[in-house]
Every structure is written in C-alpha cells, then in structure tokens.
Design a protein around this ligand. Structure first.
Ligand code: ZN
Length: 323
C-alpha cells in the first residue's frame, strides 16, 4: 500500500502495545511530517534507554545502575516485599505513598496462551531473596485479572510452605464509586474482603457475666467456709410473738405460742378458784386428770410450726427491729 520504508515504520509502530493499525498509521505520518531534529530527539531517547537503562539486579525494576534507587535506599523497610508484574506497577504503588517496603518485579504474569510460563518470570530470584531472614511478609500485587490471579495462586502455593506471611492486595469497590454500578464479581470480592471496623464485645460481655457469676459464687462459698458457725439467736428470730413471750418468761424451753394461753387455762388456776367449793372437788378431780393428760399431749405436739432456721448471709449485718 505504502512504500516499503513507510510500511515498515507502520508495521513496527503497530507492534507497540496499545497501538492499533490506525494509530500506527497516524504516528507514522506524524513522524514523516515532523522536523528531523524533533525525530532525532526521539531516536536518541530510544537509543539512550536501550543502551543505559537495564534492570535492577536485586528486584528487577528498571534502573540505570546495577541496583535501583529503592533497593539502594536504606530507609526502606526490609521486612516487607511487594511482588508486582511490571516496573510500571512499582511506580503505581509508589504513587500511593502507603508502602515503605521493597519490591520484586516478576517481568510479567503467567500466560500460557502468550507463551509466558513460570520459568520465564523472575520467580527463582524471588525465592532466592527469601534467604534474607529479615523478610516477614510478601504482598502479591498482581493485576486482578485471569493471568494475575493465576500468578498469585502459583506464587502463594510456592511461598506458603516457606513459612513467610503471604498477603494479596484487596480488590473491591473503587473510591468514589457506586454500589449500584459495581459488577457482581467486584461487589462479591468487596464483600469477601471486607474490613473489620470493630470486633464487637457482645460475646465477650456474656463471658464476663458468666465469669462474674462464677466469681461471686466462689466468693460466697469461701466466705461461708471462713465464717464462724452461726450461733442460735437468743432473742429475735423472726417471730414477734415468740419475742414477747421470751421477754416475759424465763423458762428456756418456752418456744411455742400456745403455752402461755394453756398455762392460763391450766388446772392450777382452776384449782385456786375451785378451792372455795370443796364439794365439787371429787367430781372435778377426774375431770382435772383428763385435762392434765390432754394438756401434756398438747404440749408434746406444738400447734405452731417451728421458726425456720435461716443461715445468716455473710457480710450482712441484721438489725433487730425490736431492740
Ligand atoms: Zn531494585
């Protein structure tokens, strides 16, 4: 279609990434129409890059010297290693200013269709770098596409048995995005990789309550064991009537309410009344006998249930309201 030289230029430009046939043609004509000095600058720039810039011996990043600026920087923390596909990914992560570790550039991602196998990536160099004991974590920062996922899976299987912490960049919603417009895979990833803001203490509170109850029970048990044996209260024990009866009666066996009443009805009092009538004494003697028997029987069976013995609760002081 064009002269050989122009067609050759278009073909070469078309092999560049992101440049289609139309773009290649447009660039080629731009070069044809441009000043020779301008194009000489472009040629020089390409030559200089190809002659002077190489790859860092340590990380594989582009560098004009044997070691790149990041590898030479002693302030970078040596414990974290970020594995990326390309050198441009280093620039992207550096732009965040959030990462202060070191990098390892693989030089691509596993892509069998394009003929890129793990052996062609700088994976062997990565494993060799792990000989540095200071490395604690490896961040896999591959692209979130099929090739990137395959590479990350391959690397994680390789790295996990080596006892190093392996993490993967989170994927999810873009900042300033909208849930409504997020695709299912991105939203699903965002859900899976959600961040914990607060662990919540409901479960912990239940445990605390249980522990508290147990501690109180143990404390009470200990107090009961240490407390002196409860002495029977000489006075107030919960009954108003008992209290009053004990106050007036000196007999210690007085414990039931009915006895003072029975005492009043006892034959001794009737006897003193009946002494003025001696003629009725014979008749009343048998009556008195049966009465005495009945009284003795009644005394054996208390009419009132005895006061329940409540053990004192340790640590509490009781006030007798009748004192
Ligand atoms: Zn480097």
């Amino acid at each position: 279609m064009y002269d050989a030289a122009v067609q050759n230029l278009i073909d070469e430009l078309g092999r560049l990434p992101g440049v289609g046939p139309k773009s290649a043609q447009r660039i080629a004509f731009h070069i044809l129409n441009a000043d020779s000095s301008e194009m000489q600058k472009l040629t020089n720039a390409i030559n200089t890059v190809k002659n002077t810039v190489s790859f860092c011996q340590i990380c594989g990043n582009i560098s004009e010297t044997d070691q790149c600026a990041i590898c030479r920087d002693e302030r970078r923390t040596p414990t974290t290693l970020c594995v990326v596909e390309e050198s441009k990914d280093v620039i992207s992560i550096e732009r965040t200013r959030s990462f202060h570790g070191r990098y390892h550039v693989l030089g691509g991602a596993i892509n069998p269709l394009a003929g890129l196998t793990p052996e062609q990536l700088r994976i062997r160099e990565l494993i060799a770098r792990l000989a540095d004991e200071r490395i604690e974590e490896i961040i896999l920062a591959m692209d979130p596409n099929l090739e990137g996922e395959a590479t990350a899976t391959y690397l994680s299987r390789l790295l996990v048995p080596l006892g190093v912490r392996v993490s993967r960049l989170a994927s999810g919603l873009p900042v300033g995005g909208d849930l409504e417009y997020a695709d299912e895979i991105t939203l699903g990833r965002a859900l899976e990789g959600r961040r914990i803001i607060a662990e919540g203490n409901r479960h912990q509170t239940e445990n605390h309550a249980e522990a508290f109850t147990q501690a109180v029970a143990e404390d009470q048990e200990r107090q009961v064991q240490n407390a002196p044996t409860p002495q029977p209260r000489p006075r107030w024990s919960g009954s108003m009537f008992e209290d009053l009866s004990e106050e007036h009666e000196d007999s210690p066996q007085q414990s039931t309410l009915n006895e003072p009443l029975l005492e009043k009805l006892s034959p001794e009092t009737t006897e003193s009344e009946g002494s003025s009538r001696p003629e009725e004494q014979d008749d009343s003697s048998s009556q008195r006998q049966s009465y005495q028997e009945r009284l003795e029987e009644l005394k054996k069976t208390p009419l009132r249930t005895p006061t329940p013995q409540i053990p004192p609760i340790p640590g509490r002081t009781y006030v007798n309201p009748w004192q």
